[in-house]
Design a protein around this ligand. Structure first.
Ligand SMILES: [Ca+2]
Ligand SMILES: [Ca+2]
Ligand SMILES: [Ca+2]
Length: 161
């Protein structure tokens, strides 16, 4: 319910390791909206909900510097691994927070089940308690119209022959 409290609690529970990713809630706008929000979160330094070329450059070099452990201006595989894992961790924590509906830093069986139950009900158009291949395909198309574009339209890219 209280989102701020929930984030605070979880941040404390995980020892503050995830402070940056927990500071802003990701909107539930599908993959695309999420990625956009993550991009803003990462680079929008002056918080005007827009990322300028300067902000992008500044954010990028700060990130590189942060993970360039030996400060040689480059990322070795090992250094990149640390960056990658940190990024994955942020996404993992986002996913955890989305599941943990009551924000007690534990995902119960029912919290764990909720998103897939919801998806199941949503896809099960004729509500017969079974999701068929056809319903899944139809669900994908419906999603495609609202979110990911192009996925469902074959030939949409106009390859020259
Ligand atoms: Ca900005
Ligand atoms: Ca380096
Ligand atoms: Ca919970």
């Amino acid at each position: 319910m209280n989102k701020r409290l929930k984030k605070t609690f979880l941040t404390a529970a995980l020892g503050g390791l995830i402070a940056t990713s927990a500071a802003h809630g990701a909107p539930h706008g599908g993959d695309k909206g999420e990625r956009g929000a993550r991009f803003l979160e990462a680079y929008d330094a002056n918080q005007d909900r827009a990322v300028s070329a300067e902000e992008l450059e500044a954010g990028r070099s700060a990130r590189l510097k942060e993970f360039d452990a030996d400060a040689d201006g480059k990322l070795s595989l090992k250094e990149f691994e640390a960056l990658w894992l940190a990024r994955m961790r942020e996404r993992m924590v986002d996913a955890f927070q989305r599941l943990d509906a009551d924000g007690d830093a534990n995902v119960t069986a029912s919290e764990f089940a909720r998103p897939s139950d919801r998806r199941f009900m949503w896809i099960d158009r004729n509500a017969d308690g079974q999701v068929t291949m056809n319903e899944m395909r139809a669900g994908r198309h419906a999603r495609g119209e609202r979110g990911r574009k192009g996925r469902c339209h074959s030939g949409g890219r106009g390859h020259a022959q």
